[in-house]
Design a protein around this ligand. Structure first.
Ligand code: NAP
Length: 260
């Protein structure tokens, strides 16, 4: 059986949202494991710094400045990655924006932006790589969704909708790809210390350090898990919420306004 180090050796891993937070953390973790990394985001200067950091760790990485909302640009990015690093083995669809607004302050442009980055951006990422994976009969699609996917949370209409859509999208893709050789892994993290959560005053129960979250994501990918949720304490609360009658869920959720 392949050991954890062997799993990543020479795998071409395309990470969207690699300029910051979880994506950057994954890049720095996977570099010394022998993965060939394609790091995608809009901010080229940050990607270049991370490429240098991965090289210092003995890794090989390519920076690709691209907006996940642009389907053609994503397709061109995948072509460039394949030409320079080889066929893409693993896509980690991680690019996303986190928002927190009471519905009274939610404007349609803002909602469209969240949905287009978190949902359509992930779908564009899949579309850029999946035909080649199907043709080769191998590959892995990884979604960085959220525990916010499971039920509506206060002040989070656009974000919860985007993550629920993302998880459902990847679940459908997983079913379509049954027996294709392409695996699909959906990750549902709770709160992690990244620029996305920085500066929030709201309660963030079981807030995790990035260094504690990254190994959970890496392990789930290695094991080819279909779906994982962590930390277990918050995942248990969220799963219990799914079983609650609506009146009870609304009452509890309104009193635990985690996302301000
Ligand atoms: N932190 C948490 O508590 C938490 C919990 C659950 C799930 N998540 C999910 O984890 C993912 C990463 O979040 P994070 O916490 O690491 O946040 P982050 O530090 O703000 O990173 C977000 C990344 O997404 C990229 N991005 C945003 N819009 C983009 C676009 N239009 N095109 C390309 N890249 C884009 C950003 O790069 P550029 O700005 O350079 O483009 C950045 O690299 C998100 O999907 C988030 O929903 C986070």
């Amino acid at each position: 059986m392949e050991n954890a180090m062997g799993f990543w050796t020479n795998k071409v891993v395309m990470i969207t949202g690699a300029s910051s937070g979880i994506g950057k953390g994954l890049a720095l973790d996977l570099a010394p494991r022998g993965a060939k990394l394609a790091l995608l985001a809009r901010r080229q200067n940050l990607l270049d710094e991370i490429v240098n950091a991965t090289r210092l760790r003995g890794g090989k990485a390519l920076a690709v400045a691209v907006d996940v909302r642009d389907a053609d640009a994503m397709r061109a990015a995948a072509d460039r990655i394949e030409a320079q690093l080889g066929p893409i083995d693993i896509l980690i669809a991680n690019a996303g924006v986190g928002t927190s607004n009471h519905i009274s302050q939610l404007d349609p442009i803002h909602t469209a932006n969240v949905i287009s980055i978190n949902v359509l951006g992930a779908a564009n990422s899949v579309a850029a790589v999946v035909p080649q994976m199907i043709e080769r009969g191998t590959g892995q699609l990884v979604a960085i969704s959220s525990l916010a996917a499971y039920r509506g949370l206060p002040k989070s209409a656009a974000y919860c909708a985007s993550k629920a859509a993302m998880s459902a999208y990847f679940e459908s893709v997983r079913i379509d790809l049954r027996d294709s050789g392409v695996r699909v892994t959906i990750i549902h993290p709770g709160f992690i210390k990244t620029p996305l959560t920085a500066g929030r005053d709201a309660k963030m129960p079981y807030l995790m350090e990035l260094d504690d979250a990254i190994p959970k994501i890496v392990s789930a990918i290695e094991k080819g898990k279909k779906s994982v949720a962590f930390p277990w304490q918050l995942a248990t609360v969220v799963r219990a919420g799914m079983l609650m009658p609506t009146f009870m869920y609304d009452w509890i959720a309104a009193r635990n306004s985690f996302r301000e």
